[in-house]
Design a protein around this ligand. Structure first.
Ligand code: GDP
Length: 205
């Protein structure tokens, strides 16, 4: 999990369940073409994208959640690896990104909420915040969502952010990665970078 990490000081890190469109968003960001096909979840190690000579990279962590053909223990192992990676490199993260599927995220959160369980997306959001990492929720596949405002307000509610979502434009970024509509995400990241005096990195977003 940690072996291939390039030695870069500053990092933007993406987490999310499998199939939310993380690879599609990464492709939009990096311009790289890389494989999104094949078996989801087989990628157990992070994908790092760096640009010499910049001391910066974007890291796509393995997808978490249901994956056909992947056993429960392996899923838990992937999750542990992700948590360890986030803890280990928290000081390097300028922005943490939780990518969710706007169409299904509320149902999934509600289905996984219980007295003893916190849904993965909510857990990752709070975990990044606990680590002191400015966090953006990229709400993808918005092209499939009709009641956009209602959905995003519900998401705020589930994340513990007071609705309406429009007050959280540095945090909640509705996008459609497949259609190349990622402007709200790029704006949110740019705003955080600017606030942290990293205008040198704005060119990447
Ligand atoms: P990953 O497992 O999170 O890396 O997800 P992928 O990037 O492989 O995408 C999973 C599926 O969602 C693919 O079929 C994509 O074409 C599709 N997808 C990704 N982004 C969008 C989007 O913005 N809108 C819609 N409708 N589908 C998308």
């Amino acid at each position: 999990m940690f072996e291939n990490r390039p030695n870069r000081e500053s990092e933007v890190v993406l987490v999310g369940r499998s199939n939310v469109g993380k690879s599609t968003l990464m492709r939009q960001l990096t311009g790289h073409r890389f494989d999104t096909g094949g078996k989801p979840g087989v990628t157990r190690s992070p994908n790092h994208y760096d640009w010499a000579p910049e001391d910066f990279m974007i890291t796509d962590l393995p997808g978490f959640g249901f994956m056909s053909g992947v056993a429960e223990e392996q899923r838990e192992a992937i999750k542990d690896d992700i948590v360890h990676y986030l803890e280990e490199y928290a000081d390097n993260f300028l922005v943490g990104v939780v990518v969710v599927d706007g169409k299904s995220v509320i149902d999934i959160i509600d289905r996984h909420s219980g007295p003893d369980s916190i849904p993965y997306d909510v857990e990752m959001f709070h975990f990044l915040q606990e680590l002191g990492v400015p966090t953006v929720v990229a709400v993808n596949k918005m092209d499939k969502v009709d009641d956009k405002d209602e959905r995003l307000n519900d998401l705020c509610d589930r994340l513990g952010l007071y609705p309406p979502w429009k007050q959280w434009q540095d945090t909640i970024a509705p996008i459609s990665a497949k259609q190349g509509r990622i402007d709200p995400f790029e704006q949110a990241v740019r705003s955080i970078l600017h606030d942290h005096k990293r205008d040198d990195l704005l060119k990447f977003f």
